[in-house]
Design a protein around this ligand. Structure first.
Ligand code: ADP
Ligand code: ASP
Ligand code: MG
Length: 413
């Protein structure tokens, strides 16, 4: 007997037909004698619709009430799945975040999970029952509903798996695993039989949204194996596991594991920044205070006594706020203009092979230059190289890099 969390994403839950199909997958797992907790997302598109309604109601809305609205999508799907499972003769029941409870911080719209009580679940398993739990939501200390940030059902699932000491957390989605890049933009992307937590964490954080980044961080902390697989096709998916277990999957290790892209970054350039100690600190201080996540930073080196330009990126959603904050320090710092650009994309290559191999970044720059793609900014970490380029080149850049690093699947016969 295994203990398993099965999580189903929005596409898998979109409509009664699909929910019935999901119920069959749950039934099959339960009939194998396994203890099953199911975590569900809202129907595809539903959370976007609810977010839009909040925006229409007021441009500056209360995040606490936003959570009341957006958490409802998962309430609907968990109830519908429980009804469907019951209709198939299974002992299933839904438990909202506040019922378990899934305790979170009070940071509405981006709450963190503080802990999950498993007493209710243990009782359900003791009665050979199936628990259906809405993803994305929990309850703050004051009793209000709190949500975990977009894509948060993955994190709910992994946190629940860790709390109930599950053997595995299965994430069912609309692709049949983790690929070397987004298979929707590169048809020759290759499915990985396994990937390490570390690489998946890095890929997710630079845009591979197949798993929410936080869910991978949690899985790594608790050493919880994740399997990413399709709810539509019955075939093995991708295992996300620790470095020590990766060899079990007989992976042919590549230098680079995958390529990801992120269009949610905006570029800010400050021109004429005075060349004196403290300029840069004074520019970034208000952004840090406002929790704006500054990512890539490039500064031109001025000649003695002259001014320089400073370029950096912030999440597109923080651009307007960042601009206002920078206007506030313009006089104090003495820079000239604030230029912004949202038509940019960050493209990244990730792989642990970078640790032991020089020249990976150079290969990237050469491949992009060969296609006439201009690089605006660069950042690197131990296992990642990222470049900021004009957004119009997204697909071309991802494809070229995929080929350059030898990741293309064999062409279909
Ligand atoms: P769900 O609704 O099931 O949570 P998501 O839309 O959040 O599904 O995540 C699945 C999507 O992630 C896929 O449809 C695919 O387009 C995208 N994706 C991006 N990068 C990758 C990758 N490297 N491998 C697989 N899918 C990826
Ligand atoms: N429904 C939420 C969203 O769309 C959470 C999730 O599906 O993971 O962001
Ligand atoms: Mg998702």
């Amino acid at each position: 007997m295994l203990r398993i969390v099965m999580k189903f994403g929005g596409t898998s839950m979109a409509g009664i037909e699909r929910i019935r199909h999901v119920a069959n997958l749950v039934k099959r797992e339960a009939e194998r004698g396994n203890q099953v907790a199911v975590v569900v997302s809202a129907m595809a598109g539903e959370t976007d619709r609810l977010v839009q309604l909040c925006r229409e109601a007021a441009s500056l809305y209360d995040p606490r009430e936003y959570d009341v609205v957006v958490a409802s999508g998962e309430q609907v799907t968990s109830g519908l799945l429980a009804i469907t499972l019951q209709g198939m003769g299974l002992n299933a029941r839904s438990y909202m975040g506040w019922q378990l409870p899934i305790r979170t911080t009070a940071a509405h719209a981006s709450a963190l999970i503080d802990g999950i009580d498993v007493d209710v679940l243990e009782r359900v398993f003791g009665e050979s029952g199936i628990a259906v739990i809405p993803g994305f939501q929990g309850v703050a200390a004051d009793g209000s509903v709190a949500t975990l940030g977009r894509g948060g059902s993955d994190t709910s699932a992994v946190a629940l798996a860790a709390a109930m000491k599950a053997d595995r957390c299965d994430i069912y989605t609309d692709v049949d695993g983790v690929y070397t890049t987004d298979p929707r933009i590169v048809p020759r992307a290759r499915k990985l039989s396994a990937i390490t937590y570390e690489e998946m964490l890095e890929l997710a954080s630079v845009g591979a949204k197949v798993l929410q980044t936080r869910s991978v961080g949690l899985a790594m902390r608790y050493n919880m194996p994740i399997q990413v697989l399709s709810s539509f096709e019955d075939r093995p998916g991708t295992m996300v596991v620790g470095d020590d277990r990766i060899e079990d999957y007989k992976m042919e290790r590549q230098l680079i594991t995958g390529i990801a892209y992120d269009k949610n970054e905006a570029r800010i350039t400050l021109t004429g920044v005075p060349d004196r100690p403290g300029s840069v600190a004074a520019i970034f201080a208000p952004l840090a205070e406002a929790n704006v996540n500054v990512d890539m930073i490039v500064q031109s080196v001025p000649r003695a006594g002259e001014r320089s330009d400073l370029t950096f990126t912030v999440p597109t959603a923080s651009l307007a706020h960042s601009k206002a904050l920078l206007e506030g320090v313009r006089e104090e710092v003495g820079f000239q203009e604030i230029l912004t650009d949202t038509d940019v994309v960050k493209v990244s290559a990730v792989g642990v092979g970078m640790r032991s191999n020089a020249g990976i970044a150079a290969q990237m720059f050469k491949a992009l230059a060969g296609r006439g793609i201009n690089i605006i900014a660069i950042t690197t970490s131990e296992i990642k190289v990222s470049v900021l380029i004009p957004e119009e080149y997204t697909e071309l850049a991802v494809r070229v890099l995929h080929t350059t690093y030898g990741l293309d699947a064999e062409a279909a016969e």
